[in-house]
Design a protein around this ligand. Structure first.
Ligand code: ANZ
Ligand code: ZN
Length: 839
């Protein structure tokens, strides 16, 4: 063994040892308690980045710690391998998406392996592998059979550049999330998963997820968007083309006497009927559709309406007629696509009424006495009591709502109703690189599921990407099949599944991967739910909601008796770095930068000055990425892992710095130096023994709470104390403990040190050290001695020294007796803290 720890040699050796021994292969039949640690699996984009390293290091520390705590740990890794980037690469570089993807997987797998993660590689999977997606197709067919899949002709968000349908979530400010192109509306027949069937379950379930960040639960809650209210009909004074009423949804039925108008969406059947008779209405509808149609856009657009001339009859007063408008702020796919407007108490309605000179009346006030107060220059959306509302007057808002619903239901013109913002999940994508939807379209039989014994429906290899659109559509033979039902000529579905489907059940397949079926129920249930899931907050809504939905769908189908897939969720911060630009404004990569003669940064290629920019998330566009591979080669995996955990709390951003990685590297060598010290004498060192117990407690608690930076800080302190201490048997023992405590973070160093000191087996298999609570407390304390409130002396006394003893000791101290002329007037003692003598 050399003096210096040689990461390059040692790390490879231990990685091989772990692999040979199958150390991290999870045994489903183990009698030990099981736990499942999972990080969100990566998209194989090419190479791993620092964000991956940080994410997987955190999960790895937890997984290794849990092993040492006696758990059978499942900690798997795989690839979220379908998706657009592979097709883009195919278009740009004339390569096959499959070849590109598998090459990337190979590179990234090798890179991950150099980091020494305690992963069960025997369970590795890639979603683009027919051995995976064939099971997904089977599950899709099961869902179809269970009535959880529907086909709907629906207006979709169409990305004209990527030539694909986008989910609402993938439209950001009216633009495609990936291409940035203006999204258009288009009608297409699409497959949908009925996530709305589970809206209430998914909402309720959030309540049980107490190991999830509050912010994520809140985002999901808002996304599901439950609104409790009432649905009712306004009769039209004159029917139009057979339509005699308009149904509206409201969350404020108590404001019904404040109604000034009725408004319908531009897509509403009544609007279309009006347009058939009125060209100007048609033009207005067209104008509405040109604007964005997402909720966020409707919110910010100027409110505009078109008076149809129709009149709606107030349900509680046949003589009260309200104008009916077509309005740009009413969404067709929310509620009923029609509303009644109450300008006094809804800001949107207020703006609309101001523009079109409609009445703005008060029907809610803080008290009945304030019924006459005019509405100010804004709507008053707060609750209170109903006023100017006939039989409702004086009722509190909630009571008034209940009263109207009761009346409407008993009189038969309306019903209490709950609506959700959540929409069914459109999963059809007009793309090649995804899971083929296992459906055959027959003119006679309609859509027919591919018989399960014919799964997987695999992607054809011979495709071209030289023109936009879906290559499956134009493949000469792949789409032509016989109908499984009637045997007639039929056509294969050419859409593929949204890649979020692939990631909605991969964690189940990790837990159990038998041949011939997606998973074994009992085996999957033995591991699930995932105890700790770790990933980016960018998945707070979609991925996590879809995975929760799949789990519940499987539960309803009797395939897996788990309600929530992820018991604990942790969203880690990003890895950031300074940005740099050349004199002419080009972004520069840190590797292109050096230090000039006068100490300033220069661009190496041109030797011209470099300006430092802000610290930002590492990204290719800003060129501020640091490639993990050369860093690992230079400093070793342990140092990189150590740095990823230090400095910042894991939920915050971590700024990459050369100083940081060098500091981590120095620490590794300091720990190594300690490990190499020869065994000490038999002498005792109580202070070191105490520090050992304290550190075991601190590190264990910090890791359990995922406060890795605190664990690291405690270990730094421990090492510093050991470095200062003289040789003793306590010190010896403490060094042994140190090696175990750093094993989750710096596993290679720990194995090397463990072996060097003649430890049994692998440190990865060793038991986590325990501590004695009695050994935690210091047995001596320093008490402050004051005279008339002024600090005069300090004295070291046994912890728990009584008031009387402390007083005696203080008075007998030389410094103190010098200050006193006679017996003190009064002595105040705070045990273990201070003695104040009033002279
Ligand atoms: C009358 C009323 C009076 C309303 C009032 C609000 C305040 P949330 O909470 O988001 O569910 N609304 C209903 N359907 C709509 C649609 N398709 N497009 C746009 N707006 C719609 O909001 C429900 C409220 O939003 C409903 O209650 C309705 O306006 C409006 F003082 O009805 B309200
Ligand atoms: Zn048929």
């Amino acid at each position: 063994m050399t003096d210096r720890f040689d990461p390059a040699a040692a790390e490879k050796r231990w990685q091989e040892t772990w692999a040979e021994r199958g150390t991290f292969e999870a045994d489903s039949a183990s009698p030990k308690p099981k736990t499942y640690v999972l990080e969100m699996f990566p998209y194989p984009s090419g190479r791993i980045h620092m964000g991956h390293v940080r994410n997987y290091t955190m999960g790895d520390v937890l997984a290794r710690y849990k092993r040492m705590k006696g758990f059978e740990v499942l900690h798997p890794m795989g690839w979220d391998a379908f998706g657009m980037p592979a097709e883009n690469a195919a278009m740009e570089r004339k390569v096959h998406p499959g070849g590109w993807t598998w090459d990337n997987i190979k590179t990234m797998r090798a890179q991950l392996k150099t980091l020494g993660f305690a992963l069960d590689w025997s369970r590795e999977l890639a979603t683009c592998d027919p051995a995976y997606y064939g099971h997904e197709q089977a599950l899709f067919l099961d869902m179809l059979e269970a009535g959880l899949v529907t086909r709907k002709e629906s207006e979709v968000n169409w990305d004209p550049v990527d030539m694909t349908v986008l989910a609402n979530e993938q439209v950001i400010d009216g633009k495609g999330w990936r291409s940035g192109a203006d999204v258009e509306r288009k009608k297409l027949s699409q497959w949908f998963l009925k996530i709305t069937d589970f809206a209430d379950d998914l909402l309720e379930g959030l309540g049980s997820l107490d190991k999830w960040p509050d912010k994520v639960r809140l985002m999901q809650e808002n996304w599901i968007g439950k609104s409790v209210g009432m649905q009712f009909r306004f009769q039209l004074a004159e029917p139009l083309d057979g339509q005699s009423d308009v149904e509206v949804f409201t969350t404020r039925p108590d404001t019904i006497f404040g109604a000034s108008f009725v408004a319908v969406s531009a897509d509403h059947p009544l609007a279309l009927a009006v347009a058939r008779h009125d060209g100007a209405a048609g033009a207005f509808i067209k104008e509405c559709k040109a604007g964005g149609t997402t909720a966020a856009e409707l919110e910010t657009q100027e409110k505009k309406g078109y008076d149809t001339g129709l009149k709606a009859v107030h349900p509680l007063d046949p003589d009260w007629h309200l104008p009916v408008y077509i309005a740009n702020f009413v969404l067709m796919d929310y509620g009923t696509g029609a509303v009644f407007g109450v300008p006094g108490h809804d800001q949107r309605d207020y703006e609309f009424a101001s523009k079109y000179h409609l009445p703005i009346n008060r029907v809610v006030a803080a008290s009945i006495e304030q019924a006459g107060d005019p509405v100010g220059d804004e709507a008053d959306a707060t609750g209170g009591v109903a006023v100017n509302s006939r039989f409702l007057d004086g009722l509190e808002t909630e009571a008034a709502k209940a009263e109207i619903v009761r009346r409407a239901e008993s009189e038969g013109w309306g019903t209490g109703k709950t609506v959700y913002r959540l929409r069914d999940w459109g999963v059809s994508r007009q793309r090649y690189w995804g899971t083929p939807i296992p459906i055959i379209h027959c003119e006679k039989c309609g859509p027919v599921g591919v018989p399960k014994d014919q799964l997987p429906v695999t992607l054809p290899e011979d495709v071209s990407f030289d023109i936009p659109g879906n290559p499956l559509d134009r493949h000469p033979t792949w789409g032509h099949v016989d109908c499984p039902k009637c045997g007639g000529e039929a056509r294969r579905e050419t859409d593929t599944l949204d890649t979020f489907v692939d990631s909605s059940w991969y964690f189940i397949r990790f837990a159990s991967q038998p041949d011939g079926q997606p998973f074994d129920k009992a085996e999957a249930e033995a591991w699930l739910p995932v105890g700790q899931y770790i990933g980016g907050v960018e998945h707070a809504i979609l991925h996590l909601l879809y995975a929760r939905f799949w789990t519940r769908a499987l539960q309803r189908m009797g395939k897996l008796d788990i309600a929530e897939p992820f018991e604990g969720l942790f969203t880690q911060g990003m890895v950031t770095h300074e940005t740099y630009r050349s004199l002419d404004g080009r972004w520069l990569n840190p590797a292109e930068i050096g230090v000039g003669e006068d100490g300033d940064l220069i661009e190496l290629a041109t030797r011209t000055a470099v300006t430092r920019g802000r610290v930002e998330k590492m990204s290719k566009s800003k060129k501020n990425t640091v490639d993990p591979e050369p860093i690992v080669a230079e400093h070793g995996a342990d140092a990189v892992r150590w740095f990823m955990l230090s400095d910042s709390p894991p939920e915050r951003d971590l700024e990459w710095s050369t100083g940081g990685i060098e500091g981590a590297s120095r620490f590794v060598h300091r720990a190594w130096k300690l490990a190499r010290q020869p065994a000490g004498n038999d002498g005792e060192d109580k202070a070191i023994a105490r520090k050992r117990h304290q550190t075991v407690k601190a590190v264990g608690e910090a890791v359990e709470a995922l406060q890795f930076n605190k664990a690291i800080a405690a270990l730094y302190e421990f090492v510093a104390a050991l470095e200062k201490s003289a040789s003793s048997s306590d010190r010896d023992e403490a060094i042994g403990t140190l090696i175990r405590l750093i094993a989750p973070m710096a596993p290679h160093l720990a194995e090397e040190a463990h072996a060097l000191r003649g430890g049994d087996g692998l440190v990865a298999d060793a038991e986590w050290p325990s501590y004695d609570p009695a050994m935690l407390v210091e047995d001596e304390v320093t008490m402050v001695v004051q005279v008339n409130g002024k600090l005069r002396d300090k004295m070291v006394v046994p912890r728990g020294t009584s008031r009387e003893d402390a007083e005696k000791m203080a008075l007998s101290r030389e410094k103190i007796s010098e200050l006193l002329d006679g017996p003190p007037r009064k002595v105040i003692v705070v045990p273990d803290r201070l003695v104040n003598i009033v002279a």
